[in-house]
Design a protein around this ligand. Structure first.
Ligand code: ZN
Length: 231
């Protein structure tokens, strides 16, 4: 595995790296800006009736009879499922961090690997899933360990592309504890590829974001990769 660093010309300071990331690929979209961490569509539950109608129309337009027994309640069920798959829009980093940032003089690398991830490809509206490994080098503050998994949840339970998910997780950890560096590696299996036969069933997409010392110092990066790659 050879993670690619996201290099941006000669900007080498951590601040410049963060700013470049926050600007990168910004999309004009009412439902989420590219790297905006706290976006929420308004009143999610209120979306349910309209979503159900849309699913009913989808059934009709794909040649099905939405009134046959097996499908009568499908539009509502499907709408509820979609709300669940995108529930990350209902969560903010601030709520999740709530009282879980601690002052600590720990300056050794913290790594949590193989965090389960389930997300929805925003190009095809089908799932992608896999594992996330996160490392950071604390700078006087540490995060409750379970919170790293919660951060993955906030950003994976949205319509996503894997590259953006990877960056958002890295930026969220940066915002949470302002560490000396953050590394995030995401391994994903995309059903839009697997089920449509574009690639082989077992192919994985690997994305990484390295910030701060993980980007500037090959030894730190190597230590992280070794920890992540040990079984
Ligand atoms: Zn897709």
């Amino acid at each position: 595995m050879a993670p690619v660093n996201q290099r941006n010309g000669s900007d080498t300071t951590y601040e410049a790296q963060k700013q470049a990331l926050e600007k990168a690929g910004h999309e004009k979209c009412v439902f989420h800006h590219d790297l905006e961490l706290d976006h929420r569509p308004p009143t999610r539950e209120a979306l349910l009736p309209e979503m159900s109608r849309a699913y009913r129309l989808l059934l009709t337009s794909s040649g099905e009879d939405p009134d046959r027994q097996g499908l009568v309640k499908t539009p509502e069920r499907a709408a509820k499922a979609m709300l669940f798959f995108t529930k990350g829009y209902d969560q903010s980093l601030e709520e999740v961090l709530n009282d879980a940032v601690f002052d600590e003089d720990h300056d050794e690398m913290v790594v949590v690997k193989d965090i389960e991830m389930f997300s929805m490809c925003e190009h095809h509206l089908v799932p992608f899933y896999g594992k996330v490994s996160i490392g950071y080098l604390p700078n006087k503050k540490v995060l409750g360990l379970s919170k790293l998994a919660r951060i993955v949840d906030i950003f994976s339970r949205r319509l996503q592309v894997q590259e953006r998910l990877t960056k958002q997780i890295a930026i969220a950890v940066t915002k949470a504890v302002d560490p000396a560096g953050v590394a995030v590696i995401v391994e994903g299996v995309h059903m839009c590829m697997v089920m449509r036969g574009v690639q082989k069933i077992n192919s994985k997409t690997i994305t990484s974001t390295m910030l701060g010392v993980f980007r500037d110092d090959p030894k730190t990066r190597e230590e992280f990769l070794n920890l992540v790659n040990t079984k």
